[in-house]
Design a protein around this ligand. Structure first.
Ligand SMILES: NC(=O)c1ccc[n+]([C@@H]2O[C@H](COP(=O)([O-])OP(=O)(O)OC[C@H]3O[C@@H](n4cnc5c(N)ncnc54)[C@H](O)[C@@H]3O)[C@@H](O)[C@H]2O)c1
Length: 342
């Protein structure tokens, strides 16, 4: 049995407690929260769990293998640092921390302590996201031109990070995963409508190697819950919406035919129509799966086998580097900012 302590039992923490309790390979020994009300609710659902208000008992318990952190992002660095320094494997919710410097420090510490550091970029554990990666890598879509990623909802509104750090962190982790690359630069504009200094809506564009563009729209101030991703390749196009349970992926056999040797290519509606291929739309079948469950099982695998996580410290740091560049660009009202390279 892998023994775990979970810090943070707010909105998301109970999902982690539940998955690790059900796994059969792990035991949730402790759940920590500063709020006694949250702990009371945990005891009602999970009566065998110890519920201290501080993390000291976890750090002092030598039989505890790992710590899972699901607290507000601004607390991740301090909590993860203490857990790693105490020799625990750590799974920390996304985004890893609030700056590249602190994320790098955690990566170095994990390396030094020879412990797993994994970041909860849950979307890369979605079976459908894996299928998208396969299709891209097999060349079915051809050369990738651009990705459009829209992630909106009405709330939850956070006060420690802006909508980019909260929401676009998911999309950046997916884009890096699918393109097997990190962006060179970012431009971002945003609006601070509810809380001064915290953007509720961010529109950003990332420039990846080989001229691939990724456009992001992240907002918690929108009437519609959308997780709307489009991947446009020169041969085919694809959409991904993980809320569409029956068919999260649609592949469009549509393309603009490469007819540029003809003079006057696409200079009128009729010539455009003639040069567009309007093929079938297919929806690959995706085996039913629970991404958070896959993520939790993957953390246990990496502890047991000593393997590197799919979303380890390095991948978490790569996402934070992009978020850092986006924040700088926001302050510069959309100026292009280079993403720190590894
Ligand atoms: N992967 C996902 O899809 C997903 C979804 C939601 C949230 N999250 C992430 O999970 C984390 C938590 O989000 P949430 O929505 O549950 O937030 P929340 O505010 O609802 O809950 C955070 C909890 O942490 C507790 N807490 C704060 N500081 C603490 C400390 N120092 N020690 C112990 N407890 C402390 C708070 O009392 C609260 O109960 C964030 O990093 C967020 O980005 C991820």
């Amino acid at each position: 049995m892998i023994r775990l302590g979970i810090i943070g039992a707010g909105h998301w923490g109970p999902n982690l407690i539940s998955n690790f309790s059900k796994s059969g390979r792990s035991e949730v020994r402790y759940v920590v929260d500063l709020d006694p009300e949250r702990l009371r609710a945990v005891r009602e659902r999970f009566p065998h769990v110890e519920t201290p208000t501080g993390i000291e008992p976890l750090l002092e318990d030598e039989s505890l293998d790992g710590v899972v952190i699901s607290t507000p992002t601004k607390t991740h660095h301090e909590l993860a640092k203490r857990a790693l320094a105490a020799g625990k494997h750590v799974l920390v919710e996304k985004p890893l921390t609030t700056s590249s410097e602190t994320s790098r420090e955690l990566c170095d510490l994990a390396e030094q302590m020879d412990r797993v550091l994994m970041v909860g970029h849950v979307f890369v554990y979605n079976e459908a996201a894996r299928v998208v990666k396969e299709r891209i890598e097999e060349g079915e879509l051809g050369r990738i031109y651009y990705l459009s990623m829209v992630r909106t909802n009405l709330g939850p509104i956070r006060v420690d990070v802006d909508a980019a750090w909260d929401l676009a962190s998911h999309d950046i982790s997916l884009a890096n995963f699918w393109l097997d690359a990190v962006p060179l630069s970012a431009t971002a504009m945003g609006g601070e409508f509810i809380n001064a200094g915290i953007a509720d809506v961010v529109f950003a564009t990332l420039r990846y190697p080989d001229d691939v563009l990724v456009n992001l729209h992240a907002s918690w101030l929108n009437p519609r819950k959308a997780r709307d991703i489009t991947v446009v390749g020169h041969r085919k196009m694809l959409t991904f919406d993980d809320t569409a349970v029956e068919a999260p992926i649609r592949i469009y056999d549509k393309q603009v035919l490469d007819d540029r040797s003809h003079p006057g290519f696409v200079d009128s509606i009729s010539s455009f129509r003639m040069s567009v291929k309007e093929g079938e739309v297919s929806a690959p079948s995706i085996p039913p799966n629970e991404p958070l469950r896959n993520e939790c099982e993957h953390f246990l695998d990496t502890i047991e086998k000593g393997t590197r996580p799919l979303s380890g410290g390095a991948e978490g740091l790569a996402v934070v580097r992009v978020l850092d560049a986006m924040s700088k660009s926001l302050k510069l009202r959309g100026q292009e900012v280079a993403v720190e390279s590894a």
